[in-house]
Design a binder for this molecule. Structure first.
Ligand SMILES: [Zn+2]
Ligand SMILES: [Zn+2]
Length: 167
């Protein structure tokens, strides 16, 4: 059976990654959803990929929680991927996962001259050393610093932390 490497967000808001076996990516995705997990990233597991790549495991549907990396920078993305059709998922080096609807990404544009965000469709998303570069359908380009992006993580956990700081 084909194997897929995945990154998911569990009910506690933690990012987990692992390998799931399924006939199709669609099946793998629904399997993860049924387990109460939100898939952020799913890719055919490539046994050839090197050390950092997904490892092929034999046990199916086992979410493996990795320990935080030593020296992991919470403001550096480990993986960036599309989530559905309307959002971008970022897994940070500290294994936290954030999901940003495109309209939210556009609202985070630091240019100061953005027209009020209506529709927001990225045509290109590129990782730069310290910022996420987004090219939009209206030819506007945003370079959103990762620190800023992480600070805007909309997950419940981060929102609570932010409220605590503001108080
Ligand atoms: Zn802008
Ligand atoms: Zn968060």
């Amino acid at each position: 059976m084909p194997a897929f490497s995945y990154v998911v967000i569990d009910a506690q808001g933690r990012t987990r990654r692992g390998i799931v076996e399924a006939e199709t990516a669609r099946q793998a995705r629904s399997g993860l959803r049924n387990a109460g997990l939100v898939p952020v990233e799913l890719a055919a597991a490539d046994p050839e990929s090197g050390a950092g790549g997904p490892r092929r495991l034999t046990e199916p549907r086992v979410a493996r929680l990795l320990l935080p990396l030593v020296g992991a920078d919470p403001n550096r993305p480990d993986a960036v991927s599309l989530v559905g059709r309307y959002a971008l998922g970022v897994t940070w080096q500290d294994r936290h996962g954030s999901i940003y609807p495109f309209t939210m990404l556009r609202a985070a544009c630091p240019c100061g001259a953005c027209p009020p965000a209506g529709e927001a469709w990225p045509t290109e998303i590129r990782r730069e050393p310290s910022a996420l570069r987004v090219q939009w359908h209206d030819d506007h380009a945003s370079a959103i610093p990762y620190v800023e992006l992480r600070g805007r993580c909309p997950c419940a956990q981060c929102a609570t932390t932010r409220r605590g700081t503001d108080a």
